[in-house]
Design a protein around this ligand. Structure first.
Ligand SMILES: Cc1cc2nc3c(=O)[nH]c(=O)nc-3n(C[C@H](O)[C@H](O)[C@H](O)COP(=O)(O)OP(=O)(O)OC[C@H]3O[C@@H](n4cnc5c(N)ncnc54)[C@H](O)[C@@H]3O)c2cc1C
Length: 238
């Protein structure tokens, strides 16, 4: 029987993570390590072990914190959430789940039941990093990048770049993504993509960082994550 703290993975359907699964369970799942290693990397740097032992994936997403780690990674993985109320059940892409600062698309009486991730397409790599001052603290800015390689193994077939803590809610840097499609990734292109992502960001200033500094970090991390995913996918394709 499916329980809300269950993780299951089928080759065809991908991964389902029940809403009450805690961070530590995701971190230690051998299934996730094998199929979605970026999630393990993300969890290992999310808060302390104590926090990971009680914090749930459903609570994390529904809290709607723009600096939450799982949101951008799930979005880069093209994930969805299953939402249910007494009246209806619906599935919503995570791209549409985060609305504003601590605001999500949950309607009154709705619960998040599970996160659903499709299988990672072949010749695709995903990378995530947050910049923080104190290790494992929430990110001042974070970036997740997923890069898919064309069948010829040369150009970029698809790209998803997701920014965390760089706007009131996690966001795709869609114009920056478009610049990568069909292209071979070079140093010059990476610079332009990073600049575009930092223009697209809509950061707020707070006690942790100014708007300008966040834009700078978006550029730096975008360059780093796109390069990391690109290099990894080129290795996979060999
Ligand atoms: C010290 C500390 C450090 C942290 N550091 C990080 C970090 O580095 N990165 C990061 O991403 N997170 C971080 N967090 C967040 C933490 O990891 C939890 O994921 C988060 O606090 C949610 O906790 P919870 O599962 O107890 O949810 P709750 O606090 O119980 O719930 C949060 C909100 O979501 C609602 N809710 C919960 N579950 C559901 C559901 N299934 N359906 C609908 N609504 C629901 C609740 O009603 C509430 O409004 C940190 C938290 C603390 C306290």
């Amino acid at each position: 029987m499916w329980k809300s703290s269950t993780i299951s993975c089928l080759t065809k359907d991908g991964l389902r993570i029940g809403a009450t699964t805690n961070h530590r369970t995701i971190e230690l799942s051998s299934l996730i390590k094998e199929k979605y290693p970026v999630l393990v990397d993300m969890e290992e740097n999310l808060a302390s072990i104590q926090t990971r032992n009680w914090g749930t994936i459903g609570g994390n997403l529904c809290h709607g914190d723009p600096a939450g780690d799982p949101g951008p990674v799930f979005m880069a993985l093209n994930g969805s959430v299953k939402l249910a109320s007494k009246q209806k059940t619906r599935t919503l892409p995570l791209d549409e789940f985060f609305i504003d600062y601590f605001e999500t698309a949950l309607e009154e009486g709705e619960l998040l039941c599970e996160v659903q991730l499709p299988p990672i397409p072949i010749r695709t790599a995903v990378a995530y990093e947050k910049f923080n001052i104190v290790k494992n603290d929430q990110g001042i800015v974070s970036v997740a990048a997923a890069i898919s390689l064309k069948d010829d193994g040369l150009g970029c077939k698809d790209a998803r770049i997701v920014l965390g803590a760089a706007a009131p809610a996690p966001m795709r840097a869609r114009d920056a993504e478009k610049m990568l499609i069909g292209e071979k990734i070079s140093k010059g292109l990476l610079e332009k993509v990073a600049e575009k992502a930092s223009e697209e960001a809509d950061p707020v200033a707070d006690i942790h960082a100014s708007e300008e500094y966040r834009r700078y970090l978006v550029g730096t991390l975008t360059k780093k994550m796109v390069k990391k995913a690109w290099e990894e996918v080129k290795t996979l394709a060999k």
